[in-house]
Design a binder for this molecule. Structure first.
Ligand code: BV8
Length: 256
């Protein structure tokens, strides 16, 4: 179905939109996805590396993975899909973005209402005390096979400030996310394989609260069956068109 037809059919007068975002939105910015053909790293899978067990066993291997990702991220820029969500927010139509991505590209695109539900790669936190700091500096990122230690308690290892598999989400972030999902009337599910929980359960939670769901992905996912519409193709191409048509429709209905 064409984007224009979807905008006509969703028939949401005062859109209160929540965007649930995954690695696919940052693909066009050069960031590798987790499960795509580029999702592997040195023959390891993210599932093996993004865990507390992997870090306990070989912190250097895990830090080398994050440094490899950061070297790509330092050259990455937000793409048209990120900017489309910023436009949605500026038009007053977005309750917020719930992103599984840790790359910080939504903030760089100018979005303000963001929940980084799986954390943020540009920060490192101490494994013992409460110290948190940025680490995305060239001298750190390019120094291979070196670990980061806490300058505050001076003994413990720093770890990436992200949520690994088997770790709980930040309850305060989950609470805000569920509040948004209870009050929204339209969810955009963008560039996510819909396999990582609990975020993969968020679209159906919103649907139970009466929201319509639109998926933007290059292929169908386990979430496709619960979506009211699926826009197949690159989100960096389709999402800007959708946002433009939606804003145009609302402005037209306001001007009578
Ligand atoms: C939790 C941060 C409970 C790190 C990430 C056994 C033991 C323990 C837990 C579990 C278990 N079995 C299941 C679980 C739960 C587990 C889980 O869901 N596992 C799955 C895989 C089976 N979840 C957890 O562990 C979560 N915590 O459950 O805690 C708990 C409670 C109390 C006490 C203790 C524990 C925590 C999950 C968070 C993991 N951290 N990231 C880092 O980034 O380094 S997840 C990681 O995957 C990223 O955040 C990533 O975003 C996320 C999901 O992947 P996607 O974003 O969807 O990316 P993916 O590559 O998969 O897909 C890309 C999509 O884009 C594709 O669909 C593709 O078609 C599409 N695409 C590509 N290009 C484009 C495009 N679409 C549009 N346009 C394009 N151009």
């Amino acid at each position: 179905m064409k984007i224009l037809e979807i905008v006509e059919k969703i028939a949401v007068e005062e859109p209160r939109i929540v965007s649930i975002v995954g690695a696919g939105i940052s693909k066009a910015s050069g960031m590798p996805t987790f499960r795509g053909e580029d999702g592997m790293w040195n023959n390891y899978s993210a599932m093996e590396l993004a865990t507390p067990q992997a870090f306990a066993k070989d912190p250097q291997l895990v830090w080398n993975w994050y440094k490899a990702r950061m070297r790509i991220l330092l050259k990455a820029k937000p793409n048209d899909a990120h900017f489309a969500l910023t436009k949605l927010e500026k038009a007053g139509l977005s309750l917020g973005i719930i992103t599984q991505n840790v790359d910080g590209l939504h903030e760089l695109a100018g979005s303000k209402k963001i929940i980084e539900i799986h954390g943020r790669i540009r920060y490192a936190r101490c494994t013992s005390c409460k110290h948190v700091q940025r680490w995305d500096k060239d001298e750190i990122v390019n120094e291979r096979d070196s670990l980061l230690y806490c300058p505050n308690c001076e003994k413990s290892l720093l770890r990436p400030d992200v949520v690994w598999f088997g770790e709980p989400l930040d309850p305060s972030k989950s609470e805000i996310a569920l509040d948004w999902l209870s009050h929204c009337n339209l969810v955009l599910v963008i560039g996510t394989s819909g396999v990582v929980y609990p975020v993969a359960s968020f679209p159906s939670f919103a649907k139970e609260n009466g929201a319509k769901i639109i998926e933007f992905n290059i292929e169908s996912t386990p979430l496709t069956p619960i979506c009211d519409f699926s826009v197949f193709g690159k989100c960096e191409e389709n999402l800007p068109l959708f946002v433009e048509e939606l804003i145009r429709k609302i402005e037209k209905s306001k001007s009578g």
